[in-house]
Design a protein around this ligand. Sequence first.
Ligand code: DI6
Ligand code: FE
Length: 420
Amino acid sequence: MKPAAASLTLWRGARLATLAGAGGWGLVEHGALLVDGARLAWVGAERALPAGLRAAAEHDLGGALVTPGLVDCHTHLVYDGQRAREFELRLQGASYEDIARAGGGIRATVAATRAAGDDALFAAARPRALALMSEGVTTLEIKSGYGLSLDDEARCLRVARRLGRELPLTVRTTSLAAHALPPEFDGRADDYIDAVVQWLPQWQREGLVDAVDAFCERIGFSTAQTRRVFDAARALGLPVKLHAEQLSDMGGAELAAGYRALSCDHLEHLSESGVRAMAAAGTVAVLLPGAFYFLRETKVPPVAALRAAGVPIAVASDHNPGSSPGLSLLLMLHMACTLFRLTPEEAVRGVTLHAARAIGLAGSHGTLEAGKQADFAVWDIEHPNELAYWFGRNPCRRVVRAGRQRAAPLSRPPEPVEPA
Ligand code: DI6
Ligand code: FE
């Protein structure tokens, strides 16, 4: 470490949950973080701080708990409109698949999104990002998938990039053009996939795509169509991930593992052979309890088998207007434990290191370790297991992202106004 004092900031008096190492919380009592610009230069116990160190700025955290900044590795944040009416219909007995087949569902959001201007899409997505950020999220994956044309998909991906530029947030974009069949391709799914394969290089050339995803499902795309999208991604050197085995077992996990997918997501109907294929490929299992809960599913993902096979497990919000209209990653942590029986430690690992891995950022994000980006959250709790315990409470006190503390309004509720 070069003690370039002017660029160094010391955060001391912390109880650190570094999440570094293969297991455990990585707890460090009386810990300190030394930040050099946007990076962590040193992490450890205060008494072990390098001798003679002089930082330009110093903050005492008074014993507060510090974790890595949270990573929401699966969201569909950019869209217009909402689908509360479908929620009512589903409560009266219609299924998610019935609604999709009747032309509602994803297509309804596609129509609203296409009709919205770029600024309107940005204005709709920004408060959603802020809501997630208020709970300590510093990195966000955002999928396209509500444009479904060359131009509308590009517009949505540009809005995602703009969120990453204008907010203190790392954004990774994923092309999910293979999300649903747009109306102009009715009955011509293979032609639509041909189009997506042609569009992909154009989006990539514009720097809009970090990864490629598909919805492999009876109401989405077949394994053969998914394969064509993945072949196109591979030809461009883009990593893939997959919405797999959410409503049925299509063998999507095996397929995705064959492409060394970063992640397979949902996985309620994942088979034993899917688990084995993911373990062999090092593919992360991204669990989405919000969609499971909101669609009132009953089949839980095979967590015990994933755990036994050593598949890294992540947890994400899947924020979208149709199957998971929630904006609390902490609630997802809680539900991953109550609904899917993750341990609190697995759940927290699932929104830090494993979530970073699911979007290809494990080398730079997701733990508190020297060399990684200085993204961390400071919490009003004693132990990190409380992140999964409370629900409907936001104990996030402050957030540092890329070495800089966020403006207060992002992490603190507004002050009450006293009558004069
Ligand atoms: N699976 C989901 O749960 C979301 N997309 C997907 O492929 C739902 C998207 C929506 O209903 O708008
Ligand atoms: Fe999703």
